[in-house]
Design a protein around this ligand. Structure first.
Ligand code: SAM
Length: 278
């Protein structure tokens, strides 16, 4: 018996006209749609008159559900995976299922379409030839700042998904860790009625978002310019830091390495912790 195919189907991130004809046809034709939140997807499907049965696949049931879907694919059923909005697996569930398909020789096919990541990046006016997708930063401020400090020297454009609840806090942390003057673009409510795109320095944007409740509404992607003038690359910093760490206490090694390399102390400290762990 021929096995079925898993289709990874992108859905709109706001504007329903962005739903591709192929995406709708595939969702109509498959025997079941695995959805992150069946209530959200049912609403979308009913708008387009699609009556395919749904089942849930979210981060808490992905392991069990993947096994069940795998067995249905092996029996020859075609299945689609969607998330609440945008492209599945991009900061959304599905990785385990796709990996299991590869491990079991089952075919996986993309039905590409909207993703907030690419939508935001292509209107940011920042270099796009290379970029780093960081997804969501950690919730806890200490962990968030550590991650940002590790990114301080990254020369590529940085893309973050953000939750509106902590947008102001995160922008302030970015200004503290990446530099107040660093260029940033806030892309909110893309493809929706109140789409807004704001380009400014990190410190200005942090103040604007903290003081204007409207600027904190809806969904947002934050795109930050890469470090254009890292005085020392990570590799060079390691050359300075490693021998110092071998012979000196952490604090002293960090202080000297920061002075020699010209890198901010907190970035050197974060790198020293990484090297110690490794
Ligand atoms: N997989 C989705 C994709 O491909 O776009 C992303 C899912 S992730 C859980 C949700 C995050 O995407 C939001 O917190 C926000 O950062 C971003 N996002 C989704 N829709 C957006 C929109 N219309 N405008 C701006 N950001 C959006």
């Amino acid at each position: 018996m021929n096995s079925g195919t898993l289709f990874i189907v992108a859905t709109p991130i706001g504007n329903l006209d962005d739903f591709s004809t192929r995406g709708r046809n595939v969702l109509t034709a498959v025997s079941v749609i695995a959805a992150e939140d069946t209530r959200v997807t049912r609403k979308l499907l009913s708008t387009f008159g699609i009556k395919t049965p749904l089942l849930s696949l979210h981060e808490y049931n992905e392991t069990g559900r993947s096994a069940e879907l795998l067995s249905r694919l092996q029996k020859g059923e075609d299945i689609a995976l969607v998330s609440d909005a945008g492209t599945p697996l991009i900061s959304d569930p599905g990785f385990e299922l796709v990996r299991a398909c590869h491990q079991n020789g089952l075919s996986v096919t993309p039905v590409p379409g909207p993703s907030a990541l690419i939508a935001a990046l292509c209107i940011a006016g920042l270099p796009t030839d290379r970029f780093v997708f960081e997804g969501f930063l950690p919730n806890r401020q200490a962990a968030r700042k550590t991650r940002l400090q590790q990114l301080n020297m990254e020369p590529r454009t940085l893309v973050f998904y953000e939750s509106v609840h902590r947008l102001a806090e995160s922008l302030q942390d970015m200004a503290d860790c990446l530099g107040a003057d660093r260029q940033v673009v806030l892309a909110r409510e893309l493809t929706k009625l109140y789409e807004t795109v704001t380009a400014d320095s990190l410190s200005n944007l942090a103040i604007q978002v903290a003081t204007d409740a409207n600027a904190r509404k809806g969904e947002a992607v934050v795109i930050v310019a890469g470090n254009s003038e890292p005085r020392t690359t990570l590799h060079d910093l390691d050359t300075v830091l490693l021998p110092l760490l071998t012979d000196l206490p952490l604090k002293q090694a960090v202080k000297l390495a920061a002075a020699i390399s010209g890198q901010p102390k907190n970035a050197v400290y974060a790198r020293a912790l990484e090297l110690q762990k490794a």
